[in-house]
Design a binder for this molecule. Sequence first.
Ligand SMILES: Nc1ncnc2c1ncn2[C@@H]1O[C@H](COP(=O)(O)OP(=O)(O)OP(=O)(O)O)[C@@H](O)[C@H]1O
Length: 437
Amino acid sequence: MTKKMSESFNNLENSGKMPSKQLGFNRVLDGLKKRQLLLDFHFDKAAEVYEPIRNIGVGAFGIVCEAVETTSNNKVAIKKISHASATPTLARRTLREIRVLRYIKHENIVSLRDIFRTPGALGIDVYLVMDLMEGSLHQVIYNENQPLEDELIAYFLYQLLRGLKYIHSAGIAHRDLKPSNLLVNSDCRLRIADFGMAKLASKGHFDEAEEHCFYMTQHVSTLPYRAPELLFVMPEHGTAVDMWAVGCILAEMLLKRELFPGRNVSGQIKILLNSLGKPSDKLLNQIRCEKTRRLIEHFHDACRREWEHVLFVPDRVVSESCLDLMSQLVALDADDRIDIHQAINHPFITSFDFYVPLESSCPFKVKMDMADVEKLSHQGLTEALIQDVRSAESYTSGSNLLQRGPSWYQNAFKLDQDAAMRDIDFHRQRTPFRSIY
Ligand SMILES: Nc1ncnc2c1ncn2[C@@H]1O[C@H](COP(=O)(O)OP(=O)(O)OP(=O)(O)O)[C@@H](O)[C@H]1O
């Protein structure tokens, strides 16, 4: 910029006839953001149906944007899993998420409205179109300085347990529960999201060779929420891993910090044992990994702390029933841990007398589909992805999206409307809490 230009720019700016440099800079930034958004969410022909608005989330495997469904003007969330077929891990993760969500309709599980794929540079990109939620439990916990009231904590927990009950009843565990994977609306409505780690347990346990391997097991679930059977590399683990994570989430709502905030595996084991004491000999004998066993034995004098001390928050009295539920969820031995039915009927939850709707059961088809995913090779996974996910090319101009798709889209849409009507009635009857955003 020449001196003269810069002077006249400043003069104009000072005279108020031109937006400030800041405003100009923001406009440039907005333009760049929009361009990046369109590059990240390049929908091919599906752009006739979905228009990206803004980025709303980034995870280890996907990026998520808010978008508009142009045919209805409804807002949706679209999660993009880039080059989903490039590696077996990514392909399996993507297929697991699709296969859990496509037939499931539950008030407390994020609903999948549509899926499509586009060809990417390193294999296909998959897009999951979901109902848009306003935020996550992570934001609820950390955005507010005020403590969360017991009733609100119990309400979130109740909804989490209802969603879990639905998938556990089909033998499916989520395996990556944490506050950022629990989406929450300002009316306190909660839905479980991110099913990339979900897996079917045979007779309540996963015990394939893959899971024995130290490397694999260390990649299941996020460290602060990882159950001891995963952390200690036990030969078997099942739906109880989710119950442990539920306990960690309950504690985080009370403490407003992670209960066991380890940053590496050995640090995590140390933190657990310092709160919960040394594991029993029975548990120790089940640990196959020599390195882990030696590490645990090193803490032979670790003592269990009382839950009222572990959950100490100044100026807050944690109720007896809450302490009791915590102690039963966060039990080192999975055999001692409370299951989903016991948890949902625990006095800490039932004392609040939440409305209990009639529950449908998780379709058997989901169970069958999930079982298949684990057997497939990389080639098989890629083929299944192509078969399960429609090409964006199928969105031809002017035709009705729902009439074109496979029947599950039509069923999903119909069920979704029913669910929406029930939800609206439900929340009209009961919205006991202040708006949380
Ligand atoms: N339906 C939705 N509505 C609103 N926000 C969403 C929705 N789905 C996901 N998000 C946001 O996007 C973030 C990333 O999504 P998600 O957890 O599914 O991705 P991921 O890559 O599988 O994550 P992770 O790193 O936990 O494995 C979430 O934490 C959430 O904030």
